[in-house]
Design a protein around this ligand. Structure first.
Ligand code: AMP
Length: 213
């Protein structure tokens, strides 16, 4: 399947993407994970992106499009992909459309995960992430078996630098201003699937029904 996952930070895009990869081997492509790995490894990309990320701001479109142009052409993406956290702005969505046309690929749907703001805030402040594999935990509902250690890969499980209260508020404002307009964009493209996303299982069910999987 080839999907764009839309929704505010904390709406559950990463969790849903991981569940969907189990269905048909489509790969999760998370620009946030790619950027965090680049920051951790101290690459040129990471150096350019870090200050924007820590402040809860978006990384410039040119950097993101460079990453995605390359990533979408890697062999594993041929089976299908779940775009998690990309596109985030109208120019990114337009450039993605052109890129996919060039590659002769069509999206199946853009899924909008709709979650009330209170739920988002609660999720983000209690969320923890593995620095190594990106696995997502929650101190209340899904803690790792050993505190601070990833069940899957043994990596360190931490609170992200951009999950302080201040950065979260900024990310939600940025989402409303820059990313929420993508819902209309994909509605006009005839690709939008709106789902109430308080349960990830329900989201996966709605996607399977829409795609006939
Ligand atoms: P995420 O893990 O998707 O919440 O992304 C974490 C941070 O990475 C965001 O707050 C942005 O600073 C940056 N980022 C991730 N994806 C994008 C994107 N498509 N466009 C611009 N910035 C992005």
């Amino acid at each position: 399947m080839r999907l764009v996952l839309l929704g505010a930070p904390g709406a559950g895009k990463g969790t849903v993407a991981k569940m969907l990869t189990e269905i048909d081997g489509s790969v999760q492509i998370s620009t946030g994970d790619i950027l965090r790995a680049a920051v951790r490894d101290g690459t040129e990309l990471g150096k350019k992106a870090k200050a924007y990320m820590d402040a809860g701001d978006l990384v410039p479109d040119e950097l993101i499009m460079g990453i995605m142009r390359e990533r979408l052409q890697q062999p594993d993406a041929a089976k299908g992909f779940l775009l998690d956290g990309f596109p985030r702005t109208i120019p990114q969505a337009e450039q993605l459309k052109t890129l996919l046309e060039e590659l002769g690929i069509q999206l199946d749907a853009a899924v909008n995960l709709d979650v009330p703001r209170e739920v988002i805030l609660e999720r983000l402040t209690t969320r923890r992430t593995c620095v190594q594999c990106g696995e997502i935990y929650n101190v209340k509902s899904k803690p790792p078996k050993v505190e601070g250690v990833c069940d899957k890969c043994g990596g360190q499980v931490v609170q992200r630098d951009d999950e302080t209260e201040e950065a979260i508020a900024k990310r939600l404002d940025v989402y409303n201003e820059k990313t929420a307009p993508l819902v209309d964009f994909y509605e006009k493209e005839g690709l939008l699937l709106n789902v109430s996303a308080t349960s990830s299982d329900e989201v996966v069910k709605a996607i399977r029904e829409r795609l006939g999987l």
